[in-house]
Design a protein around this ligand. Structure first.
Ligand SMILES: Cc1cc2nc3c(=O)[nH]c(=O)nc-3n(C[C@H](O)[C@H](O)[C@H](O)COP(=O)(O)O)c2cc1C
Length: 196
């Protein structure tokens, strides 16, 4: 919300909305070519009821993006309310320089994506499409497996704001035109091949 004395020119149109909303925090994991990767993600939502599907946005700067774009599937873990330490492991470190998976308990899921033991709930599914949405890429996933974990409640993006992301969220190379083109391509693939 614009505060008294600030001018509209000082505030981006999205600031007021971003200041008000909060989202659950997830850890998204993936695997390809014998490499595992994963990062914290707040840009996550269910995007279809029938068939059930989730959309996960991964920054193109992230190690996880480089692995996910070659991967068959994703595992998505809801973090419990007290899991700031897990959020720090996956949100403040980058797979570019750190082995996150030697520091937590996991097993390989059906798609190969690491399934973390310590979470509030997880799902695993296949990647149907991924397409550019700006500085992030959106991954649409099926929801083939999943169960509750030992944690309860949910950690949120606002609670995670104390963390310093391992990668900057964006860089100068945001491509709006490419984004529109690839979204169009994805829509075409969906209608042509059926997916899921
Ligand atoms: C609160 C919070 C929310 C985040 N949300 C996202 C997100 O939605 N998508 C994303 O790609 N990165 C997000 N990040 C940043 C990545 O988790 C972080 O840069 C991570 O270190 C990248 O790891 P990687 O390079 O191993 O993939 C978030 C980080 C924090 C602390």
């Amino acid at each position: 919300m614009r505060t008294e004395g600030s001018s509209p020119a000082e505030e981006s149109p999205v600031d007021a909305m971003v200041a008000e909303v909060d989202y659950p925090l997830f850890v998204v994991t993936t695997a390809a070519d014998d490499e595992v990767s994963g990062c914290v993600a707040g840009f996550v939502t269910q995007c279809s009821i029938e068939p059930p599907r989730f959309l996960v946005c991964i920054s193109k700067q992230n190690h996880s993006y480089l692995v996910a774009e070659k991967a068959a599937g994703l595992a998505l873990h809801l973090l419990g309310a007290e899991q700031l330490e897990m959020a720090s492991l996956f949100g403040e470190l980058s797979g570019d320089v750190a082995d996150k998976f030697s520091q937590c308990e996991w097993r390989a899921g059906v798609t190969g994506a690491p399934v973390l033991t310590d979470c509030a709930a997880w799902i695993e599914g296949r990647i149907l499409h991924h397409f550019s949405v700006g500085d992030h890429a959106a991954f649409i996933m099926t929801t083939d497996h999943g169960e509750s974990g030992p944690r309860s409640g949910q950690l949120t993006v606002k609670a995670g704001a104390v963390l310093e992301a391992g990668h900057p969220a964006t860089d100068a190379a945001t491509e709006e035109t490419t984004s529109r083109q690839t979204i169009g391509d994805a829509a075409h693939r969906e209608s042509g091949s059926g997916g899921a």
